[in-house]
Design a protein around this ligand. Structure first.
Ligand code: FDA
Length: 310
């Protein structure tokens, strides 16, 4: 059943698709608070923020913003931008742990293109001791993303992992397939940020939360590395209690949160010596990412509206 949280989220995501809303926000975004969630217009602008996060005892995940490119040329430009960012962050002593959206490197253009570009990025990250996570996008991309992961791992890229979304009905079966790989890839469990219909995804927060908890526990019990990626304090507390009860060390789990979201909770976890990574996006293609953050919390939209009319 659709609850009020899901209704709000779906309405904002649908509104964000309207071309005039997109045009308006793209023109005025930085004035209206994009900088709360996006660390800079490019990697150079993001570097001081990345360094500050590391200096505060947290680790980082870097996201060169971009998604759903429709041409091979655009995918290649994005891949070059990611490769250049790897060099910049290394120079700045920032850990090269990157998240990439498969459609930003051409999954929607041709799977072979995405494989070629992801392989190049994975190779460079392996050379510099970095890691790669394939973000999970909307449901039509899931098969392609899991296939991409499987191909990369078959080529020896064991430092590549991916994301599973607890709202998808298919995810428990996908998790079992990934756990059967040897060794199992490192997994980030999230609730899911896209607008999906009831045939494909759970619609109520309670169901999505319960599925999240089951997936994390199953992944941990099966021996995989699991990153718990949520700002949901109660859910996190339950899972950290489970982890502590099972005596699992930091080699087996981590917590991940988004730049600019729940900073107080991020600080408290770090003070409690929990292993926290902050997902830090940067770049000029911020619209899709930003609209998903607005859709997650009414207060974020109010902030934008206050900027407009306040
Ligand atoms: P929930 O939405 O229930 O929120 C719990 C509480 O967290 C809220 O009450 C509020 O306090 C706080 N909160 C949550 N979102 C907020 C926001 N935008 N602004 C302010 N406060 C907020 N999704 C996906 O589909 N594919 C992916 O690859 C990823 N990758 C990813 C990486 C990392 C590190 C994280 C943390 C999240 C993702 N996500 C994602 C996004 C994820 O699916 C989900 O949309 C968000 O994390 C929000 O859900 P929560 O789990 O935080 O819970």
């Amino acid at each position: 059943m659709l609850d009020i949280d899901s209704l709000y989220r779906r309405s904002v995501l649908a509104t964000a698709d309207a071309p005039w809303v997109k045009r308006f926000l793209e023109r005025n975004g930085w004035r209206l608070g994009v900088g709360r969630f996006v660390a800079g217009r490019d990697v150079t602008e993001a570097v001081p923020k990345l360094q500050a996060i590391q200096a505060a005892g947290k680790r980082v995940i870097l996201d060169v913003l971009g998604e759903f490119v429709t041409t091979e040329a655009a995918a290649r430009v994005t891949s070059e931008r990611i490769l250049a960012s790897i060099e910049v962050v290394r120079e700045a002593d920032v850990e090269p742990y990157f998240s990439v959206k498969p459609t930003q490197i051409g999954l929607g253009v041709a799977p072979q293109l995405a494989l070629e570009l992801a392989s190049g990025i994975a190779r460079r990250l392996a050379e510099v001791g970095g890691r790669l996570c394939l973000d999970m996008e909307n449901s039509p991309q899931v098969d392609g993303t899991l296939e991409l992961l499987t191909r990369l791992r078959a080529d020896g890229h064991e430092h590549v992992g991916t994301v599973l979304q607890s709202y998808l009905h298919r995810t428990p079966a996908d998790l079992e397939r990934l756990l059967a790989l040897s060794p199992a890839p490192s997994l980030r469990i999230v609730k899911g940020a896209y607008k999906e219909p009831a045939e494909i995804a759970l619609q109520s927060k309670a169901d999505v939360d319960a599925a999240f908890e089951r997936l994390v526990k199953r992944g941990l019990e099966a021996g995989a590395y699991v990153a718990i990626a949520t700002h949901d304090k109660r859910l996190l507390e339950r899972l950290l209690a489970f982890i502590s009860g099972a005596g699992l060390t930091h080699e087996r789990y981590g917590v991940q949160m988004l730049y600019g979201v729940s900073p107080g909770l991020q600080d408290r976890l770090t003070a409690a010596a929990e292993p926290l990574r902050v997902y830090v996006p940067f770049g000029d293609d911020w619209y899709g990412y930003y609209s998903r953050r607005l859709a997650e919390r009414p207060a974020n939209l109010m902030f934008v509206l206050r900027g407009l009319f306040g």
